[in-house]
Design a protein. Structure first.
Ligand SMILES: [Zn+2]
Length: 118
């Protein structure tokens, strides 16, 4: 983590917000925010370009800002979904291993119950 990332994170924590860091190779400028096509021929001097896949005319900086916003939302939703998977209805943290054990125990209890009835 770069010192600037540490400072941003510190300031964000101080203000009750969160810093989301995109991968350094995330193609924020080269990816069309409309269709997701990546323009590998895009040069730094190309400030306005037309997506060869969907024909949208894109401003390089605005397109990059939109792609970074989308990436940030994607990361937050992914973390949120992961948190939901790790919590059961009672708010307990469970792992896939303990979930598997709990399922096996429930099945075995059901089998015992049905064998008691016969
Ligand atoms: Zn496009």
């Amino acid at each position: 983590m770069l010192i600037s990332d540490v400072l941003f994170t510190y300031k964000a924590d101080w203000n009750g917000t969160k810093v989301i860091i995109a991968d350094r190779y995330f193609p924020s400028s080269k990816m069309c925010h409309v269709c997701g096509n990546i323009n590998h021929d895009l040069k730094l001097k190309d400030r306005i370009w037309t997506c060869p896949a969907c024909g949208t005319v894109l401003d390089r900086d605005i397109n990059a800002a939109i792609n970074l916003k989308k990436e940030g939302v994607r990361q937050v939703l992914s973390e949120h979904a992961q948190d939901k998977l790790e919590q059961n209805a009672c708010g307990e943290i469970i792992s896939p291993v303990s979930l598997h054990s709990a399922t096996k125990q429930a099945v075995s209890e059901k089998q015992e119950l049905s064998s008691d009835l016969t």
